[in-house]
Design a protein around this ligand. Structure first.
Ligand code: 13P
Length: 254
């Protein structure tokens, strides 16, 4: 099965509305709307999403996502953002389970699973982040960690739902450190993740689910990473804050 590559810019806590508008104007100069062979997604901070939508003005060549979502519908949950609100803004994607949220906000697989279910119920595609820490990798726990994150994070989903997901493999030691997993190591982890999806949800779901690599992706390493058979795109942090380097990564996926 051929899977459309998906490149997403996770801006994290960067880029207010004004910077985002400047970024999009610069990106427009770098990319033509015709390059439909790659799904391109911007994931701004919540407060920047309306400015991004205004600037896109209905253009669907860029998808927009949120960086997180509540596992509740509405009510007294200070600081939370619901799927209804994301839908109202026009968000098509939501990042869930990023390692920074696991690390700094204590998010567990069970909690992330509830968010994934909420997003799916609202018609929003989750980008589900998984990945091991350096200590876990060095202790030989890579496969146990990844399979637990896949099985617990996706618990209760149908094979069709899993096939429509994006799973981002982001080794924690590679995020923001300049250290990228070698293409061979990244491919091995992606193949393993796909095998766990196959064992748990069947061959069709495994063939359809898109797996992104994340962790110090930059123009110089994007092509080699994305030419691996089980790597279907990238979730990009630092290198997605500049339009020229984000555009170069998108072009590497073509
Ligand atoms: P960097 O590309 O800055 O390493 O960040 C990766 C990431 O965490 C994307 O979600």
């Amino acid at each position: 099965m051929s899977r459309t590559p998906i490149i997403a810019a996770n801006w994290k806590m960067n880029m207010g509305p004004k910077e985002a508008k400047d970024f999009l104007a610069a990106l427009k100069n770098e990319l033509s709307c015709e390059c439909k062979a790659v799904d391109k997604v911007i994931v701004p901070p919540f407060v920047t999403i309306p400015a991004v939508m205004d600037t896109l003005n209905g253009c669907t060549c860029l998808g927009v996502g949120a960086q997180d979502v509540s596992d509740r519908d509405n009510g007294a949950f200070t600081g939370e953002i619901s799927t209804t609100m994301l839908n109202e803004l026009g968000c098509k994607y939501v990042v869930v389970g990023h390692s920074e949220r696991r690390q700094y906000h204590g998010e567990t697989n069970a909690y992330i699973n509830r968010k994934i279910k909420k997003a799916l119920a609202a018609g929003i595609t989750p980008i589900y982040c998984i990945g091991e820490t350096l200590a876990q990798r060095e202790a030989g726990e890579l496969e146990t960690v990844l399979s637990t994150q896949v099985v617990e994070g996706l618990e209760g989903l149908t094979p069709e739902q899993v096939g429509g997901l994006v799973i981002a493999y982001e080794p924690v030691w590679a995020i923001g450190t300049g250290k990228t997993a070698s293409a061979a190591d990244a491919q091995a982890a992606h193949a393993f993740i796909r095998s766990v999806v196959e064992k748990t949800f069947g061959a069709e779901a495994a063939a359809a689910v898109r797996l992104q690599y994340g962790g110090s992706v930059k123009p110089a390493n994007a092509k080699e990473l994305m030419s691996q058979p089980d790597i279907d795109g990238a979730l990009v942090g630092g290198a997605a804050l500049k339009a020229d380097s984000f555009a170069a990564i998108i072009k590497a996926a073509l």
